[in-house]
Design a protein around this ligand. Structure first.
Ligand SMILES: Nc1nc2c(ncn2[C@@H]2O[C@H](COP(=O)(O)OP(=O)(O)O)[C@@H](O)[C@H]2O)c(=O)[nH]1
Ligand SMILES: [Mg+2]
Length: 215
């Protein structure tokens, strides 16, 4: 191991980096996952995935069926009625799933954890993840950054998805980005179209820089 370990990788010297993907239902978290997976695999990163769903394993099944990643590398956590509890107040189930993946794949470098999807106030516990993304979409309205939800304020990386829809829903994308920058105190914001993959390379680059630098 190199000398420049991040604090979190010191805590889990042999474990994979854990990256959360949060955001409201429908913002494009699974679509982003499906764009990230082949890019990390092409980059040679050893990855696995955890999805959180309320009472089903729908997203996990979708990712397993996608053919993008070996199906056994995709675990599902059923969160019940409170998806944010499973990623913040009591991440026991997600921690157990991540530990299980670490044990099953000794060379594992990165675990992507999709949250069950919640409101703008959801955030990830730093006991669970080393770094987290919050995905919003332009169809949710360009006033979302102004509403100062926890996810928008505190995520390490804010992803504004569905930029292709901006002209159709009368969203001023420039203003949305400007206001995101204003409330995020210098933390990164990136724009994507996860239906096509536009902008996703920059997301991969950012995650690699922030959590894979020593791997
Ligand atoms: N037009 C457009 N549709 C998108 C984009 N990203 C995702 N979608 C669609 O938005 C819907 C919700 O996406 P999904 O990934 O399931 O959202 P999740 O609930 O956050 O996981 C799906 O119908 C996607 O095809 C995008 O960038 N542009
Ligand atoms: Mg999803």
């Amino acid at each position: 191991m190199s000398a420049q370990l991040s604090p979190s990788s010191k805590a889990r010297p042999r474990g994979a980096a854990r990256v959360g993907i949060g955001g409201p239902v429908g913002s494009g978290k699974t679509a982003l996952l499906e764009q990230l997976i082949p890019r990390f695999i092409a980059r040679g990163t050893d990855i696995a995935v955890i999805t959180n769903d309320l009472v089903t394993a729908e997203d996990a099944e979708r990712v397993r069926r996608s053919g993008l990643i070996a199906p056994e590398r995709v675990l599902a956590v059923e969160t019940g009625a409170c998806p944010h509890t499973a990623i913040r107040e009591d991440p026991t189930l997600n921690l157990a799933a991540a530990d299980e993946l670490d044990r099953a794949y000794p060379g594992l470098e990165l675990i992507l954890i999709e949250s069950g999807g919640d409101n703008l106030a959801s955030s990830f516990s730093l006991d669970l993840v080393d770094y987290w993304l919050f995905v919003i979409d332009v169809a949710g309205g360009d006033d979302i950054p102004r509403k100062r939800g926890l996810g928008v304020l505190q995520s390490d990386l804010l992803v504004i998805n569905k930029v292709d829809l901006a002209p159709h829903v009368n969203v001023n994308l420039d203003r949305m980005v400007r206001e995101a920058h204003e409330v995020r105190a210098g933390r990164a914001t990136l724009l994507t179209n996860c239906a096509r993959g536009d902008g996703v390379d920059a997301v991969v680059e950012r995650i690699a820089q922030e959590v894979l630098f020593d791997r």
